[in-house]
Design a protein. Structure first.
Length: 114
């Protein structure tokens, strides 16, 4: 039943044109309650993360952010496209937006359940 609700939400939300007020409302309608639920939940006790692991993932994240910022700030070069440039053709179609919403919801549910 929940799966049908999620699929229905993605199907309706995908009708919204990207970067418009209806698309923002569609995202906030689900995003805010899920974020609120995730923030008020206490995480389970887990083993501490080692310094090498933090260094590797932190370094990888910093490199990805630096590359994206450099590409956005620099000239629009098709040899080095940004992630948003690569995803634009996919998200321009209705099925692509449905899949995008489903992936976004799946990632949110996964993060909340952790």
């Amino acid at each position: 039943m929940v799966g049908l609700g999620i699929l229905g939400y993605a199907g309706v939300a995908a009708f919204c044109r990207p970067l418009t007020l209806p698309a923002l409302v569609a995202v906030m309608l689900v995003g805010v309650p899920v974020a609120w639920y995730g923030m008020r939940r206490r995480p389970a006790v887990t083993a501490p993360v080692g310094t090498p692991s933090v260094a590797v993932w932190g370094g990888l994240g910093a490199v990805v952010v630096a590359v994206e910022v450099a590409l956005l700030a620099g000239p629009n070069d098709l040899a080095w496209p940004t992630l948003s440039t690569l995803l634009d053709p996919v998200l321009a179609t209705y099925p692509g937006r449905v899949v995008g919403y489903l992936l976004w919801l799946g990632a949110g549910v996964w993060l909340v359940r952790r």
